[in-house]
Design a protein around this ligand. Sequence first.
Ligand code: PEP
Ligand code: MN
Length: 337
Amino acid sequence: MLIVMNHKATQADVNAITKIVSEMGFRAEPIPGSERTAIGVLGNHGYVDDCKILELSGVQRVIHVSKPYKLVSRDFHPEDTIVDVAGVKVGQGHRPVVVGGPCAVESEEQIVKTALFVKKCGADMLRGGAFKPRTGPHTFQGLREEGLRLLAIAGKESGLPIVTEIMSPDNVGLVAEYADLLQVGARNMQNFDLLRELGKIRKPVLLKRGMSATVEEFLAAAEYILAEGNSQVILCERGIRTFETATRNTLDLSIVPLIKELSHLPIMVDPSHATGKRSLVAPMAEASLVAGADGVLVEVHPEPEKALSDGPQSLTFPGFEKMMGEIGQLTKFLLNR
Ligand code: PEP
Ligand code: MN
């Protein structure tokens, strides 16, 4: 950490900071400059809370050199983490996986039909929301526990592992009974109590990036789960808010190779929520795999025009089949490059 002093800072200010930093258990190294003094803080093994320092006389700003995450960082853990979702391996060196299914579980017929179809096309896992984080309270909120039971039926009939969203720390036990991979949605990326609870279970977690989260905040959120002892975490880029309104969100594809540099955790991409537009889903799913994603998560519905949520971004069955054919070709190339 580097403490940058302002022009008016006196030697007494610098001395006061040196004293406080050593009381915090670190060493302060003043670096006098022609215009201002900076003070290097040495000896910390992680992020240092800067609140106390920012209040002191003469301080202009604090620059954090060390990051607010450690366990998820590649510096700390150079080998790639491979996440095992009921026998399906996700991570570097493994064939990228495809997770397909509707935004929400709506009926037994809908989820079973979709499960059997995506399985036939080569999908690796089935997705479907039972607890839905909808923007407004007057829309379909999901079938909740009944939805979980229908997912279990579809999982059994298709043989596919189940991915479903968890919204509340109180439901972790319930959802973990049914899910093979517990999804934390964008809106809950910083639900720290939920993340802590998920750190205590022994099932993998799919952590989606918050719609306004920086890469650092995203990794710091994953750190909460690892800090409680669960290192089976898959990150998922799902688009971020920008000035652009032509797509639902803006897919930040550069995060894929960036995460590979910064972290050992696998990263997947959800082009459905990133674009909000059916015609863009397959091209962006394929671009994600070229960028190095360990998998993609896409919404598929037997009748998207009748879907209770996210119909416009849901692939039709023929659309999903076509994308899977293209991904099959692409994967052959990617595994040999
Ligand atoms: C979802 O996957 O259905 C979902 C709600 O996604 P997100 O949290 O990325 O908006
Ligand atoms: Mn959705």
